[in-house]
Design a protein around this ligand. Structure first.
Ligand code: GAP
Length: 478
């Protein structure tokens, strides 16, 4: 368990818990599943909804410089010509020519090979240093299939956009795409928003919605899928302020993750090198999280300059600029884009919260989620299913659920019911017992400390609301 500093979480444990407790299922499971697509069950829906609600709270409700948008998934096909996706949203695909015929991303294979070589070189250096000699030089330049060792085809660029057709005819003229990012819906609405929002740069447009990418190598559960949800902001600024706003957004977004409980030592910033930046970006900082498979991108914060507005202005023959009505000054704003994945963030919160510990000789599995993220805030449990306890417990539950998401559970032993609530991350449990029938007090149990306190039913709602609003820190931080 994390209290002694050791992280026990693995992706298999997260996948197992998600299935066991109804967070996330393989899509179309009864037909054998559809690769890399997932369905969210009851607790998964609630958890992801809380992640998105916290995002809206931070980027919209608590700011004066943001407006919301919900653009359509299907957009005019010219959008993707202007944005550069039709031409450049590609990954280099190689196929195994040996036994397994699997497809791979060539850049990923090269990265993995470079890492392995660096490790091998370090080992060789160490051996050579110990022996007082020189490290062995040279490495095999040629890539082989990681699955079966077969030869690989020449790379070819593979466009990641899903296409479909609009209307009854399936020809080139009816071709449309499922958006690969929500961002373009914001850019094409820039003029509309500017007209009604009464905002001037610096201001932003925020959007949450589905995006689709025909990824060559999806994987790691909901980390990389072909259908996913993005939480994106396009923040429009006077060009001279772009660098400063980029830094401010990086700091703001990092703080959002730590405020919601992610351990700071499991987060890092990584600047993109020139060769890996997207075609539109002049600077990109990734917020990375230490997932079970290693450090991986959680959110990217890019400086997109005026690329998108200038491109759409050209392709749509529209003026997409800001004109100051007082001074007459006009310019094309530059754009800072904090772009996060709702599914990836949900996965990171679960991974960070997952814990196991021994309690009185039995293993307890739990999600130490920030209370604001927890799908259910409080469970109300009668100790026994008789003596008027279920009836009084239901009364307590009816009162509490008007204030916050609550559950009422009478099924199974009290220990089993608590284990279930621990696994879905419910921060508080209320037990109605024999004493409650006499003095109208209940036991209030804390998920993390297991501390049990006695409290009057009349004070319960206010106490839980106080706890829910209080600052919170992961108990794994000690
Ligand atoms: N508009 C910029 C953009 O889309 P991106 O880095 O390609 O940038 C932003 O994506 C975020 O969307 C990522 O940081 C990640 O959280 C999420 N994301 C991207 N591809 C994903 C996929 N295949 N599965 C799940 N999430 C994905």
């Amino acid at each position: 368990m994390a209290a002694n500093g050791r992280d026990v979480v693995t992706m298999d444990k997260i996948v197992g818990l998600c299935k066991r407790r109804g967070f996330i299922f393989q899509s179309s499971e009864i037909y054998g599943g559809l690769a890399s697509t997932y369905d969210y069950g009851h607790y998964g829906v609630l958890l992801k909804a809380n992640v998105k609600a916290e995002w809206w709270r931070a980027v919209l409700q608590e700011r004066d410089d943001m407006v919301a948008l919900d653009a359509a998934i299907l957009m005019h096909p010219r959008t993707w010509e202007a944005s550069g996706h039709l031409e450049g949203f590609t990954d280099p695909l190689v196929q195994c020519l040996g036994k397994c015929k699997k497809r791979w991303r060539e850049d990923h294979l090269r990265e993995a090979e470079a890492e392995a070589e660096a490790e091998a070189d370090a080992d060789a250096d160490a051996v050579a240093a110990e022996a007082g000699g020189e490290a062995a030089a040279g490495a095999n330049e040629e890539l082989r299939c990681p699955e079966c060792g077969g030869e690989l085809s020449e790379p070819r660029n593979f466009n990641l956009m899903f296409e479909t057709h609009m209307g009854p005819l399936q020809d080139e003229g009816s071709r449309v795409f499922l958006r690969p990012e929500t961002a373009q819906g914001i850019f094409v609405n820039f003029k509309n928003v500017l007209q009604f929002a009464r905002k001037r740069p610096p201001f932003g447009i925020a959007q949450v919605g589905k995006a689709f990418r025909n990824e060559i190598t999806p994987g790691n559960f909901v980390f990389r899928t072909r259908e996913f949800e993005q939480m994106e902001i396009e923040f429009f600024v006077p060009p001279s302020q772009a660098r400063d706003w980029h830094e401010r957004w990086v700091a703001d977004r990092l703080r959002w993750y730590t405020d919601l409980g992610l351990r700071p030592d499991h987060l890092q910033l990584r600047e993109h090198g020139e060769d890996e930046r997207s075609h539109y970006s002049s600077a990109t900082s990734d917020i990375e999280y230490l997932f079970p498979m290693g450090w991986s991108e959680l959110e990217g914060i890019a400086n997109r300059g005026d690329f998108d507005l200038a491109q759409h202005a050209k392709f749509a023959r529209e003026k997409l600029e800001y004109v100051d009505s007082g001074t007459g000054e006009r310019y094309v704003p530059h754009v800072i884009e904090p772009s996060a994945g709702a599914d990836r963030a949900t996965l990171a919160f679960m991974v960070d919260a997952y814990d196991e510990e021994q309690v009185e000789g039995r293993e307890r599995v739990l999600l130490r989620l920030h209370p604001r993220l927890a799908p259910v805030k409080v469970a109300v449990l009668p100790l026994v299913n008789k003596d008027g306890q279920p009836e009084l417990a239901r009364e307590v539950y009816s009162e509490l659920r008007r204030r916050m998401p609550a559950e009422f559970d009478t099924g199974g032993s009290i220990g089993k019911r608590y284990r279930r609530q621990d696994e879905i991350g419910t921060p508080w449990g209320v037990t109605v017992d024999h004493r409650t029938m006499e003095d109208r007090t209940v036991t209030l149990r804390d998920r993390d400390s297991l501390e049990q306190t006695r409290i009057a039913i009349d004070e319960l709602g206010a106490e839980l609301e106080r706890r829910l609003a209080a600052p919170w820190m992961s108990p794994k931080l000690g």
